[in-house]
Design a protein around this ligand. Structure first.
Ligand SMILES: Nc1ncnc2c1ncn2[C@@H]1O[C@H](COP(=O)(O)OP(=O)(O)OP(=O)(O)O)[C@@H](O)[C@H]1O
Ligand SMILES: [Mg+2]
Length: 525
């Protein structure tokens, strides 16, 4: 515990409203030197809003920010930076057309005093040094748009650390990272804390939080429901405060696997890394794909879904050979793919929740060729209910919802699509514990209907608990298939020890951003 002396930062009575919602309601918290302070709460409870106020992006309606007891007017992000604050934003703030080193030094390029010329060599060396210290094996000269989502997340983190800040704010920095990368980040955060730096840390991976942090503030509906002084750093306590009741079973699993085969891939290969992959999914089964970042799990999903064309192998659905030349073909054959970058893969930001949900199954809400708004609204409402999506998503533009609620909307779209085979790539990334459990119940519903699920997850506990069988993927191959109950954490780790991180972060990017909000070029479907 590092709570000694006086707080270095204090947020006092912060209040902020958006039309129809009080995102922060009289929120106060103190951060001490050398403290790692978690800010927790369900999707939409106001964490990102508070962070944006702290970072000078939003202005509060009321409340003050104090540094060393003195008020600071956090008018712009530049003011925040000048006070030693660096922020890893939930929505990446990278420019995809610039290189890694340029992004790391964005807004503070090293410049020669007299000539005002950029000192490229210094920038490159410094960027390399920072990446090395973070054990991130990415080329500083690589264009950010060419990196995978996890690669981009690591650059976003490197950028914050490069600023040599005394207060580092991290808004869900690990959503796209695997176990090794998370462990690296945590080592580094602890090291920084020992040097007296303070951190505010947001994550929905609660087990990771419990291991890392020194104190916890929990928000609910914009208010503090458990201040740091009273919060126990204990999973049961945190979940109870977040959800409002005790949760007994974090991974509700019903075994619905049958002996009937639904789906089979045989020796499939693609130019994008997939190498002789074979497995089958039984009716009612959850087949997990485990492995480290960049091992090729997403690439297998892309091959099945018709994004990357097969160079060898066959796919059978219901004992019939199928061939998908595009995602449209796959969707028609009742395959659904919830991608890992779903927040940016095809959400219509200028529409509310229901049209975003109905789009993959319009015929279900149409009559005589016309969309029936009532039917669409009802369909939307049923998922808002099932997945506990914020009710405002019924009418609010999806672009204005919190990150986690956006994810739930796109997940609902695919659940509504009426598919037979669901490929879920990191489906619980960024969603709160209540929604995770709701999702697992939905997976049970899917399998009870004798449909199949292919689950990709970097959360080993989740993968082991929810899958019936698991294929462990390494370098685009499945190296082992076993019953989930016969596998342990070590099996995933063992398969990853030979894996260099460089492969992980540069590999198989599904996101090819083309502006600073990372709208994908290659994967719009
Ligand atoms: N720019 C905005 N305009 C309108 N409403 C907004 C805006 N930003 C946030 N909100 C609303 O404020 C509330 C809090 O959102 P916020 O993004 O702070 O939640 P969060 O705790 O970060 O959630 P998550 O865990 O899903 O990221 C939500 O109801 C959201 O819809
Ligand atoms: Mg958020």
């Amino acid at each position: 515990m590092h709570r000694s002396g006086n707080p270095v930062w204090e947020l006092v009575g912060i209040t902020k409203s958006f039309p129809g919602v009080k995102a922060n309601d009289n929120v106060s918290l103190s951060i001490y030197p050398g403290e790692i302070h978690a800010l927790l709460g369900a999707n939409g409870c106001g964490k990102t809003t508070l962070i944006k106020i702290f970072s000078g992006v939003y202005h509060p309606d009321a409340g003050t920010i104090l540094m060393g007891g003195k008020p600071v007017k956090m008018e712009t992000p530049t003011v925040a930076r000048s006070h030693g604050i660096a922020t890893v934003f939930q929505e990446f703030s990278l420019v995809s057309s610039l290189t890694v080193k340029e992004n790391i030094f964005l807004g503070r390029l090293p410049i020669r005093d007299k000539s005002r010329v950029v000192r490229w060599n210094i920038m490159r060396d410094e960027a390399s040094r920072i990446l090395e210290s973070l054990e991130i094996d990415i080329d500083p000269d690589e264009e950010v748009g060419n990196l995978s989502v996890s690669g981009q997340q690591l650059v976003e983190i490197a950028k914050a650390f490069a600023a040599d800040a005394s207060m580092i704010i991290l808004d869900e920095p690990t959503t796209a990272l695997g176990t090794d990368e998370i462990a690296n980040l945590h080592r580094l955060l602890r090291h920084m804390a020992q040097k007296g730096k303070s951190m505010l840390y947001v994550s929905h991976r609660l087990d990771e939080v419990v291991d890392l942090v020194d104190s916890v503030t929990i928000l609910k509906d914009g208010r503090v429901v458990s201040a740091a002084e009273e919060s126990e750093i204990d999973l049961g306590y945190i979940v109870k405060k977040m959800v409002g009741e005790e949760v007994k079973d974090y991974y509700p699993k019903v075994v619905n696997k049958t002996d009937n085969q639904l789906f089979e891939v045989c020796g499939i290969c693609t130019a994008n890394k997939v190498n002789d992959v074979s497995f089958s999914v039984q009716r009612g089964e959850v087949f997990g794909l485990g492995g480290v970042l960049g091992s090729g799990r997403t690439e297998i999903a892309r091959a099945i879904f018709g994004i990357d064309s097969l160079t060898a192998g066959t796919i059978h659905l219901n004992d019939q050979p199928v061939s998908f030349r595009s995602p449209q073909d796959a969707i028609r054959a009742k395959i659904a793919f919830v991608t890992e970058s779903r927040k940016i893969d095809g959400l219509f930001f200028n529409f509310a929740g229901p049209p975003n949900i109905s789009i993959a199954n319009l015929s279900a809400v149409m009559k005589r060729g016309l969309i029936q708004p009532r039917k669409e609204a009802l369909a939307g409402l049923s998922y808002i209910d099932k997945l506990n999506i914020s009710p405002e998503s019924q009418t609010k533009l999806v672009g204005l919802l919190s990150g986690g609620n956006q994810q739930k909307v796109i997940l609902s779209r695919w659940l509504f699509s009426g598919a037979d085979v669901f490929i879920l790539d990191e489906p619980t990334q960024g969603i709160d514990i209540g929604a995770k459990i709701a999702l697992f119940h939905l997976v049970n519903e899917i399998t009870a209907q004798k449909k199949g699920v292919i689950l990709i997850s970097s959360d080993h506990d989740e993968l082991l608990a929810i899958s019936d069988r698991i294929g462990i993927v390494r370098e685009g191959r499945i190296v082992k298939i076993a019953e989930a109950k016969d596998l342990r954490h070590e099996d995933f780790v063992q398969s990853s020890v030979e894996k260099p991180l460089s492969v992980a972060v540069n590999a198989g990017a599904i996101v090819q951003g083309d502006n600073d909000r990372n709208i994908p070029r290659s994967s719009r479907y």
